[in-house]
Design a protein around this ligand. Sequence first.
Ligand SMILES: Nc1ncnc2c1ncn2[C@@H]1O[C@H](COP(=O)(O)OP(=O)(O)O)[C@@H](O)[C@H]1O
Ligand SMILES: C[C@@](O)(CCOP(=O)(O)O)CC(=O)O
Ligand SMILES: [Mg+2]
Length: 414
Amino acid sequence: MSSPSRYLVSAPGKVILFGEHAVVYGKTAIAGSLDGLRTCMLFEKRDDGFLELNLPKLGLQHPLLWPISALPYSKVASVSNGNDSSQGFSFNEELLEALRPIVLEGNAGNKNNQEINELQQVAASVFLYLYTNLEDKQTSWCGTTVHVTSNLPVGAGLGSSAAYSVCLATGLLLVLGHIAIPDYDEKVREFNISDSSSPTNLINRWAFQAEKVIHGTPSGIDNAVATYGGAVSFAKGVMENVIGFQTLRFLLTNTKTPRNTRTLVANYPHIVEPILEAIEGISASFKEIINSGVSQKELNQRIEELIDLNHNLVNSLGVGHPSIDKVREITAQYSLHSKLTGAGGGGCVLTLLRDDVTNDDIMRIKLALTSIGFECFETKIGGHGISVLDASAISKQEFLSSENIQFSGWKHFN
Ligand SMILES: Nc1ncnc2c1ncn2[C@@H]1O[C@H](COP(=O)(O)OP(=O)(O)O)[C@@H](O)[C@H]1O
Ligand SMILES: C[C@@](O)(CCOP(=O)(O)O)CC(=O)O
Ligand SMILES: [Mg+2]
């Protein structure tokens, strides 16, 4: 059977319920995938030896284009064949440095002289970093074009960088022949993160490298949630499923205050271990109560206490913002509790919607928030992670015009 000439891949955003920032220092955090908020990529076969990347979501109106032959392969010691976990997984600063001028050359053919900004350069670096590492001379693809669409806000704390990284890692592993489209229509929610032969683990590990290009020092929670999906507790690369999330409803408010995770994680005034330990205690308490059998009312009350505690602790690390305080103030008028989620500094705020909150009140809250320029989402937590599709029959136009990526036949790695 001939290999596909197009692949479609899709990865979800994430929401961190408890433990952001502390998880960078090895503490436990709790997070889940965002079912309805996903990044999607179409990988199209080329035969002219070029790589093309389209980044409309970052405001880049024209494609970036590089000849494959321009990539600095000499900086990659050996190409990982996916079976040897000792190869290819330590971060290659030298390669990233060598890619800097090459990234800019991708803009050379652009006729309207639009310069590529820092964020666009980072996104392009991720693509070339992964391609250079994963290039396999055996591939039948002599070049690829990548189209990206997403309904995830970028730079808002919902893990758009991880969804982008996971999609790129998956697409390139498929295109370059390291993995194949799986047969599974449904994912079995079990993972053994140390099994080096598992395609999912391979995707997760390369996505982690990609997140390093974007964040500098990621904890790995975002790429893990985007890869495996579901709702998990995570510490130092080890994950466990957390059940019971499906009983909880949340409102996400995007304050639209731009921020950048790399800067936020690099700028704590000083890290105070007791604060991190207290945050870890919050994740532990959540795991204890979520399945303790307490009444829904008590569960909600206890979670609200944890939300306030967690918010105040991360706030003391200096990653708050007046726009986040505003959301907390408005939701508090309806006796609801909110916290920053993700890196903070603006971005998104998470509010627990208790069962006793009426739909009318939810409508009023949303109105109050949207009337000052914020955007609200109600979304389910815990859907599929990375999903892939043989897209040979899907045209670029069909892909780009499909807002909610409603294609059927998605496959999942187990
Ligand atoms: N759809 C996308 N297209 C291109 N790059 C993206 C996309 N989504 C995310 N990125 C990359 O991720 C960066 C944002 O990551 P980050 O600051 O971690 O915010 P977050 O992960 O909270 O959205 C962007 O600057 C860009 O490099
Ligand atoms: C602050 C942090 O805990 C989460 C960052 O998430 P986001 O990029 O803001 O979606 C960093 C990390 O875990 O790598
Ligand atoms: Mg991020």
